[in-house]
Design a protein around this ligand. Structure first.
Ligand code: RI2
Length: 320
């Protein structure tokens, strides 16, 4: 089944990046809606909810995933026949995917305006939203240099340097621990986000908070590129973002760990950067200070407060 396949690919990170995960989940729901027989409305809704739950349970941190699933599943509301339910889900899925692509394009335009000719940038991990800003600045004729980190343990930095290289951008590839060594050569840090909380804190790839702290100390601005569907409505109610901890063998091979009985390998995939280390968040609605996160959740995301109390029947926690 396509949903199971997509869920497996998200878990194994064959499909990765918060925006892409969200679009692929929407596409999986669209295909699922297409496949379920139109015999009975209740059956259709139950099958869709099962699929939604499978997708949301794959990775717990990137809030783009439950936000996308919620948006698509709201296509079931007010449906009185299976056919209406199917059309509702399919339309919403298509709308989400298009909106997401446009959002990334808008962010690239807005973010690029914050990059000056001659700037040296630093980015961590592989974010299509952050890279979009960098590549757009270069495309519009600005001379830029980029430092890109390696991003242990999954080495997403390799994807980043390939993209930068393909765009013809001068890039220095550095190990994660070299950020402080080079920070005085950097004018602006640009990263993506997996989640933004109501306080404006940004959850992103492990190491981001060290990068932002280092930048803050060196008086280097930090810009976060994040679509509005990465803002986390439930943080209004005090819900914390769950930080995914992945398998130890991503960090150290099992054969080695087995020889070290007193050693435990820890592998959190994300960390939290407080709002005070972030200068701006670039969304598709415009550039905001992190302190405006509440406004984005309330005014633009379109759900959170009332809807928290209804409809979202699926479980957003990773139950593994
Ligand atoms: P875009 C990624 O997570 C990185 O943390 C990246 O910064 C973030 O998603 C946002 O990526 P992972 O899937 O949506 O590599 O901007 O764990 O592409």
């Amino acid at each position: 089944m396509f949903v199971t396949e997509t869920a497996e690919k998200i878990k194994s990170m064959e499909i990765r990046g918060a925006g892409r995960i969200a679009r692929e989940a929407a596409e999986a729901l669209r295909r699922q809606a297409d496949e379920i027989p139109l015999s009975d409305l209740e059956f259709f809704c139950r099958e869709m909810r099962g699929a939604a739950q499978t997708l949301v349970a794959t990775r717990p941190t990137a809030v783009s995933l439950p936000n996308a699933v919620h948006f698509v599943m709201s296509g079931l509301e007010r449906a009185t026949t299976p056919d209406e339910a199917r059309t509702g889900v399919i339309n919403r899925a298509v709308q989400f995917i298009q909106t997401s692509r446009h959002a990334v394009e808008n962010i690239a335009q807005f973010g690029a305006r914050h990059i000056r000719d001659g700037d040296t940038l630093l980015t961590h991990c592989n974010s299509e939203a952050a890279l979009g800003c960098i590549i757009e600045a270069h495309r519009s004729g600005k001379e830029i240099d980029v430092f890109a980190t390696e991003v242990r343990p999954r080495n997403q930095g390799l994807i980043t340097i390939r993209a930068l290289n393909d765009a013809g951008i001068k890039t220095s590839f550095i190990v994660d621990s070299a950020v402080r060594t080079f920070i005085n050569d950097v004018d602006l840090v640009i990263v993506g986000a997996d989640a933004v909380t109501v306080t404006g804190a940004v959850v992103n790839k492990i190491g981001t908070s060290q990068v932002a702290h280092t930048a803050h100390e060196a008086r280097v601005n930090v810009l976060v590129a994040a679509e509005t569907y990465k803002f986390a409505p439930r943080t209004i109610f005090g819900e914390l973002i769950q930080i995914e901890e992945r398998a130890p063998n991503e960090v150290l091979a099992d054969e080695i760990t087995r020889t070290l009985p007193h050693v435990t390998v820890r592998n959190p995939a994300f960390d939290v950067t407080p709002a005070e280390y972030i200068d701006l968040i670039v969304t598709e609605m415009g550039v905001i200070p992190p302190q405006m996160a509440y406004t984005i959740i309330r005014d633009y995301l379109g759900w959170g407060i009332e809807e928290f109390h209804k409809t979202f029947q699926i479980n957003t926690r990773n139950e593994e």
